[in-house]
Write a protein that binds this ligand. Structure first.
Ligand code: NAD
Length: 490
């Protein structure tokens, strides 16, 4: 395949970085370089912000229905390029093509459609105030917003972040992850094809310490939406303080996935494998802690380990592949290091914990599905591993299950497998998480708020909540018929 070259996308054009810097994009399946991409620095962020400021007056004053129409058209254009985008995403990230085709691309399309439809239905309100006054409240766009995206679902997160930001009338400077910028840059071309004006969307690939930090601290950016690690989230809070910009932080997770004694075991085994092994476990909402009732633990584990061992690892572009490589060599090493940490803490590796033996995969960043029996107090049960690595512990009663589930600083997603309706509601009520799935895992929908509590961050993507995130409220008071007494009678 010829090497792709891509520039920064600023004001409707692909341009080189001001200092001429470039970075390599690597195929995680075999370590080969597939693209050279311009690496944006601080000054590139500055000119992207200028372009977004230039486009703002026209974009924000377009009829909301017109903004919606463009987003709907974009959804159609993306759909027409589904196969190409799925392939590019798999090549760059290592997602199995089956998943990119059936999950990443359709979810991106669905999210742009949802917010395209939302644009002219998101309306203000009229508080019933005292007689003689009309008070109305509008949702005004914030202005130029910054968006910083991680490497695990680059295309899908474009839908999550751009859909509501643009529907609300903001213009955008986005920094994709330095590891996987390709689908986002291709999306820029599709934006043009859909008919968006230059400057409405600007994309500056680059490293966090340069481009990311400038975006977070830029004085003319009114809000930053960030998805990434908790450590980086903390530094963005600090960097953003200068102009008190609004923040939305979607950070890490350590999802508890609890299987009760009365669960449908076949469904729980299958759903729990999806919860952790889909996308090689590189998901903030992954069910990375299996918490099993002691009455079913042995039977569950026997079936779960057999399923884990049967997962087909391979080239992401092969239709039969069920798990691809991790997205970078550095991350693969980080996950493998957690296997050593687990052993050092007395954990028992029940399966996996290593690279596959298949020589065809030896240059890629693969890890065999890994299941580790570990104490809930151990580091591997507290820290986000973000790989195909799941811990297993057991509980005797519901209180103990909740105590274990709520024993991390994170609070993003969690699963409950039970056929007892009362228990499901009771446990969902006390699980400390932004999202709970019962007899299912990892469901997402553009209409349902997505986000966490505690060290998993704050703010929500999707639904009306996302529109709130990208707008400021303005309360307007009109004296229609009120005789106002003088301040002090004279
Ligand atoms: P990361 O924090 O290393 O990087 C995320 C993005 O931030 C990248 O674009 C990076 O370049 C940028 N960045 C890094 N340092 C920066 C800085 N100092 N200032 C500004 N930007 C900076 O995270 P990652 O490794 O790319 O992604 C994995 C993490 O993302 C995991 O912790 C995962 O749980 C989390 N995540 C959370 C959600 C969610 O919705 N809660 C979704 C997906 C991923």
């Amino acid at each position: 395949m010829p090497l792709l070259t891509r520039g920064l996308f600023i004001n409707g054009e692909f341009v080189d970085a001001i200092d001429g810097a470039t970075m390599e994009v690597v195929n995680p399946h075999d370590g080969s370089v597939i693209a050279m991409v311009a690496e944006g620095g601080e000054r590139d962020i500055d000119r992207a912000v200028l372009a977004a400021q230039g486009a703002y007056p026209q974009w924000s004053s377009l009829a909301a229905a017109e903004r919606g129409r463009l987003l709907l058209r974009l959804a159609d254009v993306i759909e027409q390029h589904s196969a190409e985008l799925a392939r590019l995403e798999s090549l760059d990230t290592g997602h199995p093509i089956h998943d990119s085709t059936l999950l990443d691309v359709p979810r991106t399309v669905a999210t742009f459609r949802y917010f395209g439809g939302m644009a002219d239905k998101y309306q203000g309100f009229l508080p019933p105030v005292e007689a003689g006054f009309l008070n109305y409240v509008t949702h005004d766009p914030i202005g130029v917003v910054g968006q910083i995206v991680p490497w695990n679902f680059p295309l899908m997160f474009c839908g999550w972040k751009l859909g509501p930001a643009l529907a609300a009338g903001n213009t955008v400077v986005m920094k994709p992850s330095e590891l996987v910028p390709l689908s986002t840059l291709r999306l820029c071309e599709l934006f043009e094809e859909a008919g968006f004006a230059p400057g409405v969307l600007n994309v500056v690939p680059g490293y966090g310490a340069r481009a990311g930090a400038r975006l977070a601290s830029h004085p003319d950016i009114g809000k930053v939406s960030f998805t990434g690690s908790t450590a980086t989230g903390r530094s963005i809070v600090t960097q953003s303080a200068g102009n008190l910009k609004r923040l939305q932080l979607e950070l890490g997770g350590k999802g508890a996935n609890i299987v009760f004694g009365d669960a449908n075991l076949a469904a729980a085994v299958n759903g729990s494998a999806f919860a952790i092994f889909h996308n090689q476990g590189q998901a903030c909402i992954a069910g990375s802690r299996l918490i099993l009732h002691e009455s079913i633990a042995d039977e569950f584990l026997e079936k779960f380990l057999a399923l884990a061992a049967s997962i087909r690892l391979g080239d992401p572009l092969n239709e039969a592949t069920e798990m691809g490589p991790l997205t970078s060599a550095m991350h693969r090493d980080r996950v493998l290091n957690y296997v050593d940490i687990a052993r050092g803490e007395g954990g028992e590796v029940l399966t996996g914990g290593k690279a596959p033996e298949d020589p065809a995969l030896s240059n890629g960043y693969y890890i065999v599905p890994t299941v580790v029996r570990a104490s809930p107090e151990s580091r591997v049960c507290k820290e986000e591993v973000f790989g195909p690595f799941v811990t297993v512990s057991t509980f005797a009663n519901d209180d103990e299950a909740m105590q274990i589930a709520n024993s991390t600083d994170y609070g993003l997603g969690g699963g409950l497998w039970t056929n007892d309706l009362s228990r499901a509601h009771r446990m969902a009520g006390v699980l400390r998480a932004g999202m709970v799935w019962v007899n299912s895992y990892k469901r997402v929908n553009p209409g349902s708020p997505f986000g966490g509590v505690g060290s998993s961050g704050y703010g929500r993507e999707m639904g009306f909540e996302a529109m709130h995130e990208y707008t400021d409220l303005k309360s307007v008071w009109i004296n229609v018929n009120a005789a106002i007494a003088p301040w002090y009678p004279r």
